[in-house]
Design a binder for this molecule. Structure first.
Ligand code: NAD
Length: 330
């Protein structure tokens, strides 16, 4: 069997090569993304994989069909760059990797919360100014004395709940879909109960019309315990201007943000110009009770390994006429 992988970053090379060796499959690695100018390289291969960013047009599926290829495995969750209907028309099954390591993202959220809970940003700033003192404003709460409210109890929310529970915190969860498997770790609650009772609020929902802007002036007004807010899900869940006001007024005591609503303009850029970074980012970054990371919660060795392996497992399954795990255009 011969498989071609497009848009491969050097970081992914060893995991793909290792999978190829284990499965006795010949795999070619191409740095360029899959598009109309590179699709010809797939001629002669049985299976194909690509990344989830560069838009793929119908012409590409048409060519793949001519080459006898029956699938395209996206090595990420998102398949927004694919035309799922056109792919189906040309007999191309698109697969994705819906969950590559929920713990990776969960651990980043918990790490940010612990940093903020222990006021490390404030102490760092003080030490930068040769101030080694502590006082009432920097006293902490221990995690087992905290109530953590989790919004969204899917793969990542569940992993987050398990970690907080194992640290002894009380964990509240709101999710419209009930999951009995989470009962050992959480107490199901309403959104309002979470807003009123939580010391830490951790967001783990997709960005949907029902979740967009869920943290705004109105929901912040219900936050009685001046919580820490953690957003490692999607920037659009939070109204950034309302968060900044709440941080200034002390209604939210800290924020850990791996995602920002306007991140596409500058996250992942290696040499971002001053003009690339928006004012709200600069303002948040200047606060000693805010921790921002550039959408890297997923970025662990296991997550990269799993993204490669699960995508290639589905590639192999389809080529062998077996059932893949994650078809997105059934
Ligand atoms: P998932 O699909 O397993 O879980 C999402 C959960 O949200 C589901 O249980 C769903 O019922 C629930 N939900 C839907 N609408 C809701 C609402 N209105 N209120 C409360 N809960 C609601 O997804 P996941 O794998 O756990 O990922 C969650 C999110 O994390 C993703 O959608 C993505 O935005 C984000 N993410 C971030 C990174 C990162 O690196 N920062 C990486 C992967 C995913």
């Amino acid at each position: 069997m011969k498989v071609i992988c497009y848009g491969v970053s050097p970081l992914e090379d060893p995991y793909i090569k290792n999978w190829a060796l284990k499965n006795d499959v010949e795999v070619s690695l191409i740095r360029e993304p899959l598009d109309e100018t590179t699709v010809h390289l797939a001629n002669g291969y049985d299976g194909i994989s690509s990344e989830g960013i560069t838009p793929v047009t119908e012409k590409v599926y048409e060519e793949l069909e001519k080459f006898g290829i029956k699938q395209l495995a996206v090595r990420q969750v998102g398949t927004d760059n694919q035309d799922l209907v056109a792919a189906k028309k040309h007999g191309i099954k698109i697969t994705n990797v819906p969950s590559y390591s929920p713990r990776a993202i969960a651990e980043m959220g918990v790490t940010q919360a612990m940093f903020l809970l222990r006021k490390i940003g404030i102490f760092e700033e003080r030490m930068d100014n040769n101030n080694f003192s502590f006082d009432e404003s920097t006293i902490s709460t221990e995690i087992f004395n905290c109530t953590v409210g989790i919004i969204g109890g899917g793969h990542i929310g569940a992993a987050t709940a398990q970690i907080y529970r194992s640290l002894g915190a009380k964990v509240l969860l709101y999710d419209p879909t009930y999951n009995a498997a989470l009962e050992p770790y959480v107490t199901y609650a309403s959104m309002d109960e979470i807003f009123h009772e939580s010391d830490i609020i951790s967001l783990h929902t997709p960005l949907l019309p029902s979740t967009e802007n869920m943290i705004d002036k109105a929901s912040i007004a219900k936050m009685d315990k001046k919580p820490i807010l953690i957003n490692v899900a999607r920037g659009g869940l939070v109204v950034t201007a309302d968060l900044i006001s709440a941080l200034k007024e002390g209604k939210i005591s800290g924020a850990g943000l791996d995602t920002l609503a306007d991140e596409v303009d500058f996250f992942e850029k290696e040499n971002a110009a001053e003009s690339d970074t928006p004012d709200d980012y600069k303002e948040l970054r200047s606060m000693n009770n805010v921790l921002i990371t550039p959408h890297i919660a997923f970025f662990t060795k296991l997550a990269i390994k799993n993204s490669m392996e699960l995508a290639l497992n589905d590639t192999k399954a389809i080529v062998e006429g077996k059932m893949p795990k994650s078809i997105v255009n059934k």
